[in-house]
Design a binder for this molecule. Structure first.
Ligand SMILES: [Zn+2]
Length: 69
């Protein structure tokens, strides 16, 4: 089994931040926050935040509209 946790995202760094309880959202967030803090303090690295993708218009609605047009 692969070690559960978050690896440091900086190339060449093997730091891992263990998730104490993989079923706990709090543990996941805590490990993630720990890693982010490590990256920032140790490497001066800030991982870009994932951008929320804009919700796409439902293709079903688009089709229906096209038919009625
Ligand atoms: Zn690191």
């Amino acid at each position: 089994m692969r070690s559960g946790g978050f690896p440091c995202r900086v190339d060449g760094c093997s730091a891992q931040f263990r998730v104490l309880d993989a079923s706990s959202m709090e543990s996941l967030l805590a490990a993630s926050a720990e890693r982010t803090a490590h990256e920032a303090s140790t490497h001066g690295y800030t991982h870009p935040r994932p951008v929320d993708e804009p919700r796409r218009a439902s293709p079903y609605i688009a089709k229906t509209k096209a038919k009625n047009a």
